[in-house]
Write a protein that binds this ligand. Structure first.
Ligand SMILES: Nc1nc2c(ncn2[C@@H]2O[C@H](COP(=O)(O)OP(=O)(O)OP(=O)(O)O)[C@@H](O)[C@H]2O)c(=O)[nH]1
Length: 436
């Protein structure tokens, strides 16, 4: 089904955050903000002893946020406590001390956040969300130097990314082709064979800017290098040697941008209520798919589906119940569709589908199956079961067909299905006796 990829459910990954601080007002504020704005569970502890008990009582830890001065330990003892347990850790400190900051960041601590600085809570929330999401992002590190590769890979892993390494351009292109989850590539310029700029150009020809961020890296002082990288498709550039903070900022900014593009694309192409592709997206996709399938001589069925007496559901159980029914039916439509089918919420209570590769009888049976699937849906509203039925009009493309004629014809059949009593599939042809 050509539904845009939904983000994999977060629930599959550990979500719990341990917040360790002796100031109750601070822990309350941070815990509330994380739970309400990010929807992640927070457990609060005021000492290492309480942190120990908390860690024992759950097994779904994702991150620790900790102060450095606690009743039963401070500074290195606190850092050791979390690092010994292998828990990704962010230090939240009440005092600005540059030596301390540097010392802490030399350890495997993710970040050092100043507690009372302006904007610090917003930064902390952004950081937690970024780290949470990074776990679903793969990053490719391309460098012929194994030590440089290991350095960048270790930093990316510290920030939660899944890392794929490549020692040259060809291996990088092969990795990119094999793994569609790679969203970020950190590419060194000075490599034998294909250099970084050429690799950036070739990567860009196979992955557009909305799907992959490329960061060029080089120790070369050549002043033209940055522009050269950017003109060849890189999004950003880092000069070696870079600090881990600079690295993290650049990487995060690029991934943030990629996500922003993704959510704008979602807004433009998805129906907000049901998550299905919207009418405009369906029409664009279908035009392209129809032309291709017709040229290949493939059978194509177009269907319009409308919920029966939907006004009655709204009037009887309320608009929210109507919305719930719409979501349930959308999920049934999406669940019935095969990977090659196009589906959309076409308007109010109307859905549309383009289904390739089925002969008349098969198409009829396919939509009968969908009608039955919706008939048997159990939609619970205020502990009451609401049943819904749908009417479906279907038609098949002829060799020179147009999308607008197919949609009109499916709509005409839908009207006939309604007129004949609803809860039925009405083909534009006379079904063989054994069909459906
Ligand atoms: N809850 C909810 N209702 C919607 C939405 N979009 C459209 N509707 C309602 O859908 C109903 C459509 O009603 P009608 O076009 O009269 O059709 P119907 O009641 O389904 O009757 P038939 O199609 O003739 O079986 C109207 O009451 C709209 O307000 C929506 O997003 N949410």
């Amino acid at each position: 089904m050509h539904v845009l990829p939904l983000r994999p459910p977060s629930a599959a990954l550990p979500q719990r955050i341990l917040l360790v601080e002796n100031s109750r007002s601070y822990t309350r504020m941070v815990a509330e903000a994380i739970e309400q704005k990010l929807g992640l569970p927070v457990t609060v502890a005021a000492s290492l002893a309480e942190a120990h008990d908390a860690l024992e009582s759950h097994d779904d830890w994702f991150l620790a946020l900790t102060g450095l001065v606690l009743a039963d330990g401070n500074r290195d003892a606190v850092v050791d406590f979390f690092l010994d347990r292998g828990l990704p850790t962010v230090v939240v400190s009440g005092v600005y001390d540059e030596d301390l900051r540097r010392r802490v960041l030399r350890r495997q601590i993710i970040d050092f956040v100043l507690k009372n600085a302006p904007g610090s809570l917003d930064y902390l929330l952004w950081l937690v969300q970024r780290l949470e999401r990074n776990r679903r992002v793969s990053a490719l590190v391309v460098d012929d130097s194994s030590s440089a590769r290991a350095y960048a890979a270790a930093l990316l892993e510290l920030y939660g990314y899944t890392v794929v390494e490549a020692a040259d351009g060809d291996a990088a292109l092969a990795a990119l082709e094999a793994d569609s989850t790679i969203r970020l590539a950190v590419v060194d310029q000075e490599m034998p064979g294909m250099q970084g700029i050429e690799l950036a150009r070739r990567m860009r020809s196979v992955r557009t800017r909305d799907r992959l961020a490329v960061i060029g890296v080089s120790g070369n002082e050549d002043p033209g290098l940055v522009a050269h990288f950017l003109k060849n498709g890189a999004n950003d550039f880092l000069r070696k040697p870079f600090s881990r903070e600079e690295f993290f900022c650049r990487v995060s900014q690029n991934i943030d941008q990629l996500e922003l593009i993704g959510s704008l694309q979602d807004l433009a192409t998805r129906d907000f209520l049901t998550g299905l592709p919207n009418r405009r997206h369906f029409l664009e996709q279908s035009e392209r798919m129809l032309a291709k399938l017709l040229s290949e001589g493939e059978a194509i069925t177009v269907a319009m589906l409308d919920i029966d007496h939907f006004k009655h559901i709204n009037d009887t159980w309320g608009h929210d119940a109507g919305d719930q029914a719409l979501r349930a039916i959308a999920a049934a439509v999406a669940g019935h569709a095969r990977p090659q089918d196009l589906v959309a919420r076409f308007g109010g209570e109307e859905f549309c589908m383009l289904v390739p590769g089925l002969a008349r009888d098969e198409a009829h049976a396919y939509f009968e199956g969908l009608r039955h699937r919706i008939d048997t849906l159990q939609i619970m509203v205020n502990e009451e079961e609401v049943r819904v039925t749908v009417s479906i009009g279907i038609t098949m493309a002829t060799p020179q067909d147009s999308l607008s004629r197919l949609l009109c014809e499916a709509d005409r059949c839908l009207y006939l299905a309604k007129a004949a009593g609803r809860d039925r599939v009405q083909p534009s042809w006379t079904p063989a006796a054994s069909a459906a």
